[in-house]
Design a protein around this ligand. Structure first.
Ligand code: FAD
Length: 276
């Protein structure tokens, strides 16, 4: 496969989770990813877990990207973490605002991801390749689609090198977003984030919270399958493989997979592609 791939993981919470993740990573490394990224919990709650998983990936000889959320953070704490990441050998960050668990006040010295990107550039120059998040179906807290697009442009102009999108199942939303960003002078790679479909209730709940739309025809079928996990997986595989085929045909710069720490769904999608 010529199109670059990247795989996203979250820090495991238990020793069994860590063992399973190591196995999943080993299976996915066979596809020669450009990098593997590790999420960073809201409010820094899993910072140690993130850094440990990033260290593991680097020790396995792969490029690692650390997600870095700034909500609630101070300039001093960000500076310290950047120094730590640099010492660890990390050269790529996914710079985010992040979300606080409900009930927490915002606080902190950064309001938006664009503030973090500008700060990282000012502090560390070109030491890090900076990725930012993009929302083809509009971030749930945005005032309007155009305000969200403008916020994305601001974030890129602050110094981002590339972007990864929230997942989507409607490729038109992605193509339109890329076109609109292009018209506003943003030409950095905007890499589609791909979420394999392996379960119904979890995906529907999560999508409602993060503002990703599950088209009605997909939602209806997922609900109708009930507890029939095999049918959900078979249907999900077909849907997401078709989506990836469309994206690859259109010449997307790369594919970023939200692996949910599992190798099988991502491997099955990539095996099923009709070829570039
Ligand atoms: P921002 O770009 O700051 O945008 C947040 C909101 O503010 C948007 O509604 C935007 O329109 C608005 N906005 C931005 N700038 C301005 C401005 N100047 N004026 C007015 N409004 C503005 N979350 C985690 O906690 N950990 C992770 O590891 C993580 N990884 C992610 C990876 C990807 C690829 C994606 C797509 C999301 C990820 N998230 C993660 C979720 C993300 O933290 C949330 O979506 C969060 O709500 C927004 O983060 P952001 O960096 O996109 O914020």
């Amino acid at each position: 496969m010529q199109t670059p791939l990247s795989f996203e993981f979250f820090p495991p919470k238990t020793p069994e989770g860590a063992t399973k993740l190591r196995q999943a990573r080993a299976e996915l490394y066979a596809l020669a990813p450009e990098f593997c990224s590790v999420t960073y919990g809201a409010g820094g709650s899993t910072q140690e877990g993130t850094f440990n998983t990033v260290r593991d990936i680097l020790a396995e000889g792969q490029q690692a990207a650390s997600h870095f959320s700034c909500i609630g953070a101070t300039r001093a704490s960000v500076r310290e973490q950047l120094a730590q990441l640099k010492t660890m050998g990390v050269r790529r960050l996914v710079a985010l605002r992040g979300d606080l668990p409900s009930g927490y006040g915002a606080g902190g010295e950064f309001q938006y991801a664009s503030d973090l990107v500008a700060f990282i550039r000012a502090e560390t120059g070109e030491d890090f390749h900076l990725e930012v998040a993009a929302y083809p179906e509009v971030h749930p807290q945005a005032k309007s689609p155009s305000a969200d697009l403008q916020a994305f442009v601001t974030k890129v102009r602050a110094g981002a090198d590339s972007a990864i999108t929230q997942y989507f199942y409607n490729s038109d939303a992605y193509f339109r977003f890329v076109d609109e960003a292009d018209k506003l002078g943003v030409h950095v790679p905007i890499v589609p984030g791909i979420m394999p479909i392996t379960s119904s209730s979890q995906l529907l709940r999560f999508s409602d919270a993060c503002g990703a739309e599950i088209p009605r025809w997909i939602r209806q079928r997922l609900v109708a399958y009930g507890d029939d996990v095999a049918s959900i997986r078979a249907f999900g595989l077909e849907v997401v493989t078709d989506l990836c085929d469309q994206l690859l045909c259109a010449g997307v710069p790369a594919l970023h997979f939200y692996t949910m720490n599992q190798s099988a769904p991502t491997l099955a999608i990539l095996r099923g592609l009709s070829g570039e």
